[in-house]
Write a protein that binds this ligand. Structure first.
Ligand code: 3EB
Length: 330
């Protein structure tokens, strides 16, 4: 029998063998089980299946767990599980005839309502999976319309730029929009990258309304700290570096992530040095045929300790071949 070790942390993220799925599903302390397939799906209130197929590292499940029995429910289209300190939520919407702007706006308005209603005002980390992210609809790239819809729905009152969550926004090959998130009663610490223009200050040519996210977040959950690094691309300043060049982009992404870790250390003393100390990495890869080259180069730079999932996805600028996110659990 597989017994799941019970730990006493307020929030924990573990990688587990796929055979433990039924245990994780029946464990009342499980907040979410992250998995990958061709299509985004929410088969039950705990499982989040993302439509970015795993090219590598998909043998393990990513399981989020708490030490307090969560209350689960649904508000509008958003499924949630919440404890006294945090709320974990997910929403899946078919991308029918509505514009991606209005779909995004509606999703973020519903999430905002949930946060207000139950009192978890601080968005900490959010993941966005959009169909056909690089396609032009009505003269605008869908990623840009997504940014507009998000910006319209979030609170943009004075000072909002210093309370933005870490985020990922990548493209799937299905017909859905999937958003999942973790929000809290208490704020996290936002980290920006001194070598990159903050996304919320990007010039308007990237999106008429700026991308509302931070480069990373440090969050204290009870006795332990977590670091969440946003989807990180080969961007310096606000411009793409090494257009269409795979390994050069990979190095630039990892440099950016190392810099975020250094910044997090300066501001929050998390005590890790570089990407090799992270707990998990998701590498979103545009072209499947690049898999072996990226894995071997990534392992050279990040070592063998960190769990790596390589996921087939489109990236929000068409000159980018990959994007990497990561997290660390103390
Ligand atoms: C970038 O740095 C790359 O719009 O939520 C990365 C992570 C990117 C999150 C988002 C976009 C987002 O601009 C793209």
């Amino acid at each position: 029998m597989n017994t799941i070790s019970r730990n006493n942390s307020l929030l924990d993220i573990q990688y587990q063998q796929r055979e433990t799925l039924s245990d994780a599903l029946s464990d009342p302390y499980t907040l979410a089980i992250i998995d990958f397939a061709d299509q985004s799906q929410l088969p039950d209130d705990k499982r989040i299946i993302i439509g970015t197929p795993a090219l590598a590292g998909g043998d393990l499940l990513e399981v989020w767990r708490t030490d307090e029995l969560p209350e689960s429910g649904m508000l509008g289209d958003v499924h949630y599980r919440r404890t006294s300190t945090l709320i974990f939520g997910q929403v899946l919407v078919a991308n029918d005839n509505d514009s991606i702007e209005s779909i995004t706006q509606s999703i973020y308005q519903q999430i905002n309502r949930l946060q207000q209603e139950f009192g978890y005002p601080q968005m900490i980390r959010v993941w966005n999976y959009l169909s056909s992210i690089n396609r032009y609809d009505d003269g605008m790239e869908r990623y840009q319309s997504f940014c507009v819809g998000r910006h319209q729905a979030i609170d943009t009152s004075s000072g909002f730029e210093s309370h933005l969550p870490a985020a990922t926004a990548v493209g799937t090959h299905d017909d859905n929009v999937l958003v999942y998130f973790i929000a809290a009663r208490e704020d996290g610490l936002q980290i920006e990258n001194p070598l990159q223009v903050s996304a919320f200050d990007y010039p308007a040519r990237y999106a008429p309304k700026s991308p509302a996210f931070s480069r990373a977040m440090v969050k204290q959950w009870g006795k332990s700290k977590h670091l969440y690094i946003s989807g990180t691309a080969s961007i310096l300043g606000h411009e793409t570096r090494h257009k269409y060049k795979l390994l050069e982009q990979l190095d630039e992404c990892l440099n950016n992530m190392d810099i975020l870790i250094t910044e997090a250390n300066k501001q929050a003393d998390i005590g890790i040095q570089d990407v090799s100390d992270l707990t998990g990495i998701k590498l979103y890869l545009r072209q499947q045929e690049d898999l072996e080259a990226v894995i071997s180069h990534l392992r050279k730079r990040a070592g063998n300790k960190v769990h790596v999932a390589v996921l087939h996805a489109d990236i929000c600028r068409d000159d980018l071949l990959l994007e990497i996110e990561g997290f660390w659990v103390e």
